[in-house]
Design a protein around this ligand. Structure first.
Ligand code: NDP
Ligand code: 8X3
Length: 258
């Protein structure tokens, strides 16, 4: 296992769910963490819960959709934080579950701008440094939605299919360098994901996980940690993980309680 001690790890979407679980597990492994999200106060709360680790933290309030802001944030990192070893492109969201022909344009643009363009911006501004330094690893959070579509998933599934293509393309383009690329593609994980999808309707969000034991954010972070701690010559290209209660995007085992 490769040590993460003092490695600089940038995590987007670290204020919630899978991103905050990654922050926790990488802090426990001794990494130095750059935590990115729009909600700075949430990042600060997460850091406060990690005060017992010996990790150092650098918080970036950033909207990954804003290319100029991403460029400025990465180019203005203090020298002791600028040599990023691991980039975890996790920030992402779904909005709505409408039929495509009835879909909401704002929902579409938010998903495309965050899940595809935000991931591209971070990758474009961070990876050249990895290539120059001769070390680095990019982990993209894809989804089973990038492998299979489901009714109402249309644009979200398309963004995750794009993430799959971008992970594969980046791996090909980095051939000949030691920089690694991994796509971690989960099924159902209980986070704020469904509340965001349903624009704050928590009752509807709860129903998504009813009668099911979903993955936890820690389950996913554990896989991200595994992928980033293999020997330097090993590249884990893609991991698909689901709860035991799930067999595909639409096949879910729900227990009914009386
Ligand atoms: P959460 O809603 O819990 O977390 C999403 C994170 O993304 C938040 O920290 C949010 O921070 C951040 N984010 C969203 N938009 C932006 C933006 N424009 N700029 C910066 N940060 C942003 O969801 P999850 O933890 O579940 O989702 C994390 C990733 O995992 C996503 O890419 C999602 O598609 C993927 N995924 C989730 C699955 C699930 O079932 N939950 C399954 C498969 C994949 P803030 O709002 O503070 O900016
Ligand atoms: C999140 C999982 O199945 O809701 O990417 O699209 S799913």
């Amino acid at each position: 296992m490769t040590s993460l001690e003092n490695q600089i790890v940038l995590i987007t979407g670290a204020s919630s769910g899978i991103g905050s679980a990654c922050a926790k597990i990488f802090a426990g492994a001794g990494a130095k963490l750059i935590l990115v999200a729009r909600r700075l106060e949430r990042l600060q709360e997460i850091v406060d819960t990690l005060h017992e680790t010996s990790s150092q933290f650098y918080l970036l309030q950033l909207d990954v959709r804003d290319r100029a802001a991403v460029a400025s944030a990465i180019s203005h990192l203090p020298p002791s934080w600028s040599n990023i070893d691991i980039l975890i492109n996790n920030a992402g969201l779904s909005r709505g579950l409408d039929k495509l022909h009835e879909g909401d344009f704002e929902d579409w643009e938010e998903m495309i701008d965050t899940n595809i363009k935000g991931l591209l911006y971070l990758t474009r501004y961070v990876v050249p440094g990895m290539v120059n330094r001769g070390r680095g690893h990019v982990v993209n959070l894809g989804s089973i939605a990038g492998h299979q579509t489901y009714p109402g998933g249309n644009v979200y599934c398309a963004t995750k299919a794009a993430v799959k293509a971008l992970s594969e393309g980046l791996k090909q383009d980095l051939l000949g360098t030691p920089v690694r690329v991994t796509s971690v593609d989960p099924g159902m994980v209980e986070t704020e994901f469904s509340t965001v999808r349903f624009h704050g309707d928590t009752e509807r969000a709860k129903k998504v996980y009813q009668g099911v034991t979903p993955l936890t954010p820690d389950d996913v972070a554990d896989v991200v940690l595994f992928c980033t701690t293999r020997s330097p010559h090993v590249n884990i290209n893609e991991v698909i993980l689901m709860p035991v209660d799930q067999a595909s995007a639409t096949l879910v085992n729900r227990r009914t309680s009386n």
